[in-house]
Write a protein that binds this ligand. Structure first.
Ligand code: SAH
Ligand code: SF4
Length: 371
């Protein structure tokens, strides 16, 4: 008997976070076989289901002719419960950017975005509903953390993006999803176990997973140092993006509050260690905010601390969030900033601002819908 079944203790007097049901994508290969064999089916059924799910991005067993009708129902009900309900979808950039807001089990909203370019189609996915880090320029940070996403909730965002990319929606772009960035809502390394399991589903060769290439997957973090070092040892050389936003601890303490725990020198050292053990260059993210972190001195300091490292700098013009006085740096200030950093031998790109008109940055559309 669990606590919840004790007389007099109801679920309303002991609230329990609504957890999503277990899903095929939560299970690794061995667990999927165990699940199938435990239901009295031959083990090869596990590969058949995975081939549908990971190979064809199909989670609707009704049409799976290789399975008997009762088996299809059983599989659908038990192993492929719907986890994401689309509550809004918006597109902009001539249809090349599509943002979806999903309702999760328990009601929380998260979002993902698919962006089509001439040579790639990128999905930006969420790892948490809300975020507990609380960066003051970020819409998600203002919401606080509702809960971690499960592995399957992350994988389902990827599957939906793959379906969209393969549907012919993006003329002039590859006809399939090529890249994934963990730059939606949440701090992926704060949901480490689900993240790593989701990365396995994304990278494992078919039929075990989607079989995507590690170099095309980017995990963005504010710098949870022990988790960065752990990720380096997982044998999955995904690209790391470090959200720095300031070269000095005084300012970074205010922009990325967890800097109090892991300051600039430590997060950069951890990113270097990641690069050394994976052989992968990392990127440093820097949201340029007018009169906050866009001064020439900061540009010089940033160039100084990044020069000689296996990294490149991604400058992101700030996407203003509702209720915040902060806005993007002036274009000429931005240009000077880029110049001063480049002068120190650091590679710099200015990130395009896809999806601005649909509340493109981190959590803004979902945040607007929560109101
Ligand atoms: N929590 C992780 C990943 C999600 S945020 C992280 O912070 O790295 C993804 C990126 O969007 C981060 O680099 C973050 O700093 C940036 N971002 C958040 N809010 C933004 C805003 N209003 N304008 C521009 N970039 C923003
Ligand atoms: Fe969380 Fe990233 Fe937003 Fe900071 S920027 S609050 S870590 S999602």
């Amino acid at each position: 008997m669990t606590d919840l079944e004790l007389p007099g203790i109801t679920s309303s007097s002991r609230p329990r976070a609504a957890r999503p049901p277990r899903h095929w994508a939560d299970l690794d290969g061995a667990q999927r076989r165990d699940e199938v064999v435990g239901s009295g089916l031959p083990a090869f059924r596990a590969d058949q289901i995975s081939r549908r799910y990971f190979g064809q991005d199909d989670a609707e067993p009704d049409a799976w002719s290789e399975l008997s009708v009762p088996l299809r129902r059983d599989v659908g009900d038990r192993l492929l419960p719907p986890l994401l309900t689309e509550v809004a979808a918006q597109s902009c950039d001539g249809g090349d950017t599509v943002k979806s807001v999903w309702r999760l089990t328990g009601g929380a909203l998260v979002e993902s975005v698919v962006m089509a370019y001439p040579k790639r189609v990128t999905a930006c996915v969420s790892s948490q509903a809300g975020c507990g880090i609380g960066c003051p320029f970020c819409a998600t940070g203002q919401q606080g953390l509702t809960r971690n996403l499960t592995t399957a909730e992350i994988v389902e965002q990827v599957r939906m993006a793959r379906r969209l990319a393969s549907s012919g929606a993006f003329a002039g772009s590859p006809d399939h999803l090529t890249n994934i960035v963990f730059m939606g809502m949440g701090e992926p390394l704060a949901n480490y176990r689900a993240l790593v399991a989701a990365l396995h589903r994304i990278l494992d060769p078919q039929p075990l997973g989607f079989g995507m290439s590690a170099r095309n997957i980017t995990v963005s973090t504010v710098g949870l140092v022990p988790r960065m070092l752990q990720l380096a040892e997982e044998g999955m050389p995904v690209t790391l993006a470090l959200s720095l936003h300031a070269p000095d601890d005084e300012l970074r303490d205010t922009l990325v509050p967890i800097n109090h725990r892991w300051p600039v020198t430590e997060v950069l050292a951890a990113a270097d260690a990641y690069a050394a053990s994976t052989g992968r260059r990392y990127s440093v993210e820097y949201a340029l905010i007018r009169d906050i972190n866009d001064q020439p001195d900061r540009a010089r300091e940033l160039g100084r601390i990044l020069s000689g490292r296996l990294t490149h700098l991604n400058l992101i013009p700030l996407n203003p969030t509702p209720g915040s006085p902060w806005t993007a740096a002036d274009p000429d200030v931005q240009e000077e900033f880029v110049h001063l950093v480049r002068e120190q031998g650091v590679a710099v790109t200015v990130r395009d601002t896809r999806g601005r008109e649909i509340d493109g940055a981190c959590g803004q559309l979902a945040a607007a819908l929560e109101d």
